[in-house]
Ligand binder design. Sequence first.
Ligand SMILES: Cc1cc2nc3c(=O)[nH]c(=O)nc-3n(C[C@H](O)[C@H](O)[C@H](O)COP(=O)(O)O)c2cc1C
Length: 169
Amino acid sequence: MDPSMLRKVFGSFATGVTVVTAVGPDGRPVGVTVNSLTSVSLDPPLLLWCLANKSASLGAFTLGSAFAVHVLAAEQATVARHFARSGTDKFAGQAGPQDSASPPEVPGALVRLSCRVVRLDPGGDHTIILGELVSAELRPGAPLVFHASRFGRFALDEDPAAGSQDPWT
Ligand SMILES: Cc1cc2nc3c(=O)[nH]c(=O)nc-3n(C[C@H](O)[C@H](O)[C@H](O)COP(=O)(O)O)c2cc1C
């Protein structure tokens, strides 16, 4: 299939946006904007995401290593763009210890999922990273949405009967 057509096809699937962070083998923090996140299993709690083999951050994800998934809030498109830039020190100038063993936090995110890599599988030009969820922190708020190469917001169905007041029920 023509690559630009394929991009359009994959991009037609609207997703949330996350930043996945980890600590590289050199002790430096890494962070990547990711929208390939998929929930896999409730028991045990598993999720997966796919990382391009050309990513400068690939070496930070090894069997058993820790990573954190941050689900971005609606006003964090700038954060998403920042972590989508390759080859820069994405944590330069950020407050807090840079040499910590735990994956850095992305302030302002709606959700932080602390995970451990349980499996790495080849997936074409990407690596499929299966993670076990160790703990989760979550706060209510509107999510950032990505569709057709653009960032936007989630709009509720106009019909009030279509959704519950409580987003978690
Ligand atoms: C909304 C959005 C979603 C993205 N999702 C992914 C993804 O799921 N997997 C991936 O490998 N790259 C994804 N990218 C691209 C990476 O964020 C980008 O290539 C980044 O520069 C990689 O950084 P690194 O080379 O420093 O690791 C996405 C970019 C954007 C803007």
